[in-house]
Design a protein around this ligand. Structure first.
Ligand SMILES: *[C@@H]1O[C@H](CO)[C@@H](O)[C@H](O)[C@H]1NC(C)=O
Ligand SMILES: *[C@@H]1O[C@H](CO)[C@@H](O)[C@H](O)[C@H]1NC(C)=O
Ligand SMILES: *[C@@H]1O[C@H](CO)[C@@H](O)[C@H](O)[C@H]1NC(C)=O
Ligand SMILES: *[C@@H]1O[C@H](CO)[C@@H](O)[C@H](O)[C@H]1NC(C)=O
Length: 208
């Protein structure tokens, strides 16, 4: 009788282990600032504006000109659904990290209209992750986290057809919100936007 109960307990325990191992886990890679870079046709210098939550609401949009700029955390995740490795080094020396941007325990998430907002991080290894997975490309000959990296929502899993995403700004009740779109932005006065990541440095100097 006792040994039967132990057997059942062991079966349940091993079922739990299997369920747990099918979940993805994430690991912190770097912390630093997310910045909107804008290059306009009239000037070839790039304007840099730090990103942050628009307000104190529960699911704030991501806007720019955030002061003081908040420190985001980049984490890489081993999601089977997404299919990407935690990171990959290209021959030329670029390090691409696949994963999520977090702030205050929430994840930068793209909405149906493309606007980025801080929302609850997905816990299931499923399609909600498509809205939270970014690639971040460090120009890193040593395969490590370097000074500056361009980052972008991926928008698809390795089982889907790849697509290009663009960074743009859209208007939400009088405020400009950083967005990701599959449609190339229409000529926005000749401006081009991208999101850059600057790791927090020991010196504390901000490049923007
Ligand atoms: C992710 O990594 C964790 C910790 O190494 C592991 O337990 C888990 O099985 C992995 N999950 C996937 C989907 O690879
Ligand atoms: C991706 O495709 C492979 C091969 O068809 C399949 O075995 C796997 O389950 C798919 N993964 C997801 C997350 O749909
Ligand atoms: C890249 O991934 C490997 C495991 O696949 C890990 O050991 C390494 O720390 C990762 N590098 C970065 C910079 O996250
Ligand atoms: C694995 O993910 C499922 C779905 O989100 C969740 O119900 C379950 O508690 C998770 N298991 C562990 C061990 O975190």
């Amino acid at each position: 009788m006792f040994s039967a109960l132990v057997t059942i307990a062991c079966l349940l325990a091993s079922a739990n282990v299997r369920a747990a191992s099918s979940n993805f886990t994430c690991a912190d890679v770097a912390s630093g600032y997310l910045v909107l870079g804008t290059i306009s046709e009239s000037s070839n210098t790039e304007r840099l504006k730090p990103l942050g939550p628009l307000d104190q609401s529960d699911t704030p949009y991501i806007s720019y000109d955030s002061s003081p700029p908040p420190l985001f955390t980049l984490e890489s995740c081993n999601s089977t659904y997404m299919g990407f490795p935690p990171n990959m080094t290209w021959q030329e020396g670029y390090l691409v990290v696949y994963g999520r941007w977090k702030l205050n325990g929430k994840c930068v998430t793209v909405g149906g209209d493309g606007a980025l907002a801080l929302k609850t991080c997905a816990t299931a290894d499923g399609k909600a992750l498509v809205n939270q997975f970014f690639d971040t490309t460090f120009d890193a000959p040593t395969g490590s986290v370097s000074d500056q990296a361009e980052t972008q929502l991926i928008g698809y899993t390795t089982n889907d057809t790849s697509l290009a995403m663009y960074t743009t700004v859209t208007r939400h009740s009088k405020t400009e919100v950083v967005s990701q779109t599959e449609t190339p932005p229409s000529n926005d006065g000749g401006s081009e936007h991208r999101i850059l990541f600057y790791p927090d440095t020991a010196s504390g100097d901000l490049p923007f």
